[in-house]
Structure formats: C-alpha cells, structure tokens
Design a protein around this ligand. Structure first.
Ligand code: GZL
Length: 337
C-alpha cells in the first residue's frame, strides 16, 4: 500500500511540474528592444548579449528592431512596441534628446522602459539605465596619454579626434572627458570631426586629416574600434606610421576582440574598454520588477583600460588609482567578447 502511495505522489508532482512548465511557456515575457543599429563590432556584441539573454528558452519573447542609426526610426519602433503592448521596452538611444514625449506615451501605456548604454538626457521617465560612464572613459584616455607622454618623453601633444555619432552620450562623454585633461595639460587638439562610429567614417575623416594636418599631429583618438581601423587604413595609405613603434599614438574606445588582437600585435597603442554586455543586468531589473521590487536607477558596467606596452601600469581617475593592463595572449584569451 505504502509503495503505491509513493508512486501516486510522484506522479502527481510530475503532473504539477509539467502543468507549471506549460503555464510558464504560455507566459513568455515580451520585451521590445529598439537597438541603435549595426554600425560597429560593439553593437554586434550588444545585440548578441540581448538575444542570448532574452531567448524563448529563458522565458522571453524578444521583439527586436535595428533602428539603423536613425532617431526617427527609433521613436517609431518604440511606438510600435506600445501598440503591441509588450511587457517591457529596452531602448539604446541613438541620441540623448527628443525622448520625453514618447517616454510619456510608454508611461501612459503602463509599459516600463529600461535604457541601456547611451543615456537619455531630456527625460527620466524610465525605470533604470544600465551602461558606462563615458566621461570617465574620456578622462581615462587623457590620463593615460599624460602618463604615457611623460614616460616616453613626448613633450608636445598635437591630437586629432575622430568622434562618434554627434549628439550620442558616448561621443559627448568621451569628448568632454578627453578635452578636460587636454586643457589641464595645455595640449593642442587640432581637429575633432564625426566619424559616426563606423570604419568608413573613421577612414574618411582620417584621410581628410592626413591632407589637412600633414606632419602636424602625433596623436589620434578614435572614439570606437571601427573608427580606429578606418584610421589605420587611411594613415597606412598616406604613409603615416602609428602605434607603439610609429610616429603617431593611436588609441580606441570599446575593446572588442578584433581591436584587442590589433593591440596585442602592436597596431595601436591603447584601448579604453566600453562593456557591451548589458543584457544580464537588464534581465535582473526585469526580474526585480516582476517580483514587485524597485531596481536601482543607474547601474554601471565594469570596464578596464588596456595598452600594448607596460610603460604605464596605473592612472589616477577621480582620486582613485586604476590599473592599466598590458595586452597579452592570456588576457586576450580570457576576454568575454
Ligand atoms: C558606447 C556605444 C558606442 C560604441 C560604438 O556605449 O553606444 O556605439 O562605443 C557604438 O562602437 O557604435
């Protein structure tokens, strides 16, 4: 008798579990994601992070829109999610303004918004922002260059900047941070033009720089990896040497695998990381909301600074010593992206 009761209990439990799993499958959480576009390696890593986390097997129905770097398309995508009545909306804002109206529409529709990566600067009608401190990234670049110049005996800095998409918080923060250190140290910024975070944009701007500032510059600041690759192509074609053994110090922001391989190879001098893997932190926010909890308003990604040489091993940012990691085969092999 006892044995039969045990078997019956086990069968009941199994039936309950399968009912729960059926119920869970029926209750996918729908997430609308209005992504900037597909302009860079960083963006590819960011999109993959979201697809990996917000999968059906994890209990999500991801509605993804690639907004192709067009702010109007992005607003349209968000309004489309409202019409679909998704459970949550994720926005990586192409530019930082023009958001309050559509965020009010999300609020009126009762759909929580989570902002990732770049910031929205004209509205706070969103639950949380998960991203990087772009100003810190710019300051880190400046502080590293200051220490590197001192160590290498570079007395004058004449820099050219290839900016990211004008008006994006990444471009604004990196520009402001680097300019702040440049001003403190009396450096010359010969020019600063928009390369739109693309390789073609970086190459076009650098080709123009090589003509306009021939023989005048010794530093190039590319505000993302793809612009740095474009700048390499342009400088190579113009016969300008760059990197740790060249005439021009070349740095990048982001730190995706291709640029880290170039850093290891000595094709550029330093990389200031911008971590694209925000989706796990976004999921934590959604799970907190599902549980009726209140998430943090700002959640910062952790990121590091890398160089080809070990000439500078740490830099000071906001009074705190932060390490600069020399790129090696081991460091490269252990990176997540
Ligand atoms: C920064 C991100 C930027 C990257 C670029 O967080 O928004 O946009 O630095 C990307 O590579 O295009």
């Amino acid at each position: 008798m006892k044995k039969r009761l045990v078997v019956l209990a086990a069968m009941t439990a199994a039936l309950c579990m399968s009912a729960l799993s059926v119920q869970a499958e029926g209750d996918l959480i729908t997430v609308g994601f209005a992504q900037v576009g597909h302009e860079s390696d960083w963006r590819t890593a960011s999109t993959k992070s979201a697809e990996d986390v917000f999968s059906e097997e994890n209990g999500y129905d991801l509605q993804f829109v690639d907004c192709d770097n067009d702010p109007a398309t992005q607003l349209e995508a968000v309004r489309g999610f409202i019409e679909q009545d998704v459970d949550y909306i994720i926005i990586d804002p192409i530019v930082s303004t023009g958001w309050d109206t559509v965020l009010t529409e999300c609020e009126d529709a009762g759909i929580p918004v989570i902002v990732i990566d770049r910031t929205i600067d004209d509205s706070d009608k969103y639950v949380s922002w998960v991203g990087s401190n772009f100003l810190t990234e710019g300051i880190a670049c400046g502080q590293w260059l200051k220490a590197y110049a001192e160590a290498k005996g570079i007395e004058e800095i004449n820099a050219l900047v290839i900016e990211g998409t004008k008006g994006s918080s990444a471009q604004i923060g990196r520009t402001d941070g680097f300019n702040q250190v440049a001003e403190e140290n009396g450096w010359t910024i010969l020019d600063s033009q928009d390369g739109d975070f693309t390789q073609a944009g970086g190459q076009e701007v650098m080709e123009s720089y090589c003509k306009s500032y021939e023989g005048q510059f010794n530093v190039v600041i590319a505000q993302n990896d793809n612009e740095a690759f474009g700048a390499m192509d342009a400088m190579k074609a113009a016969g300008v040497s760059y990197g740790p053994n060249g005439d021009v110090v070349l740095v990048s922001f982001d730190g995706n695998k291709p640029i880290m391989e170039s850093l290891l190879a000595g094709d550029l001098t330093a990389v200031f990381e911008c971590n694209p893997l925000a989706a796990p932190d976004v999921e934590k926010v959604i799970q907190q909301l599902e549980a009726g909890e209140e998430p943090e308003k700002e959640i910062y990604m952790t990121e590091s600074w890398f160089a080809n040489e070990d000439v500078v091993t740490s830099i000071e940012i906001d009074g705190e010593e932060q390490p600069v990691t020399q790129m090696t085969e081991d460091v490269l092999a252990n990176r997540a992206y």
